[in-house]
Design a binder for this molecule. Sequence first.
Ligand code: UDP
Ligand code: MG
Length: 325
Amino acid sequence: MKGPILTIVVPCYNEEEVFPETSKQLSAVLSNLIDDFLISSESKILFVDDGSRDRTWVLIEKEMAKNPLVKGLKLARNAGHQNALLAGLEAAAAQSDCVVSIDADLQDDIRVIRTFVEKYRDGFDVVYGVRDKRETDTFFKRTTALGFYRFMNKIGINLIPNHADFRLMSKRALDELFKYKETNLFLRGLIPLIGFPSTKVFYDRKERVAGESKYPLKKMFAFAFDGITSFSITPIRFVTFLGFLAVIISALAGGYAIVQELTGHTESGWTSIIISIWFVGGLELLATGIIGEYIGKIYREVKRRPRYTIEVDAFSNHNEGKQKL
Ligand code: UDP
Ligand code: MG
């Protein structure tokens, strides 16, 4: 009996410090699954080097030479986590029945990959890994992340709380995902939209095995902002609402000023003028900024630029030789 072909996709950006350990542990998990006949022996781990500036790709190549479970894809430049992941998913989907995506830093509990596969075999198309506890993340990261999920849900974006990009997807679900052609990719917002049967698996999130977070504060905010503006026009509506409010307040204040003027109380004035200038000016800047954000997004979308560029593909044809035999 031959099980489904599983590919584990791991985006890596400057991960030379964790790569050896990650490769070792994932290989162990994969070969156990193969030995237990849960998945096909053609299953692989696909490392996607996202234009790293360190020795990550060299390490991947070395590992490929001695470990038949490991394959690599090298992107020509740093395309960003989401795009690197997409590159891996697209390559993997072409020759797998299901694909697991996971970060390179082993923060996610790789033992639950077995549960993912079992759920897949039970008929689920998407299995979300959900972090049960986040004690190892900093207080700041935990609270901002929680606030982010709450805010997203409030403005109508359906996210699975505490789920990042650790999940299994069936080939059928992936093929649907690839129909979403947006340049500003926010996978964890898109995948719930697909709507195929899905389930959650809970696990504890651990500390990064080595190296530093590749998501410094700046990237984290950009990511959150991207997530919001890719899925929701609520911020634009909010600005419109603020604009209305400002107009009403100004009208009231204006009426008051006119009455003051007509009744001869024309002193003062400076305060209200200065306040209105600042208030309306601020509002306008805010509005322009938010609208500009969306226009920037439209600009990037209409260009339809490729989301990533593959420089070396050491994965796609790995089965060709075998099929000929
Ligand atoms: N990553 C990537 N490209 C980037 C930034 C990050 O492929 O431009 C990868 C990184 O190597 C890791 C995953 O994305 O496998 C998540 O990054 P990290 O663990 O640093 O994020 P955090 O867990 O701190 O949110
Ligand atoms: Mg991490």
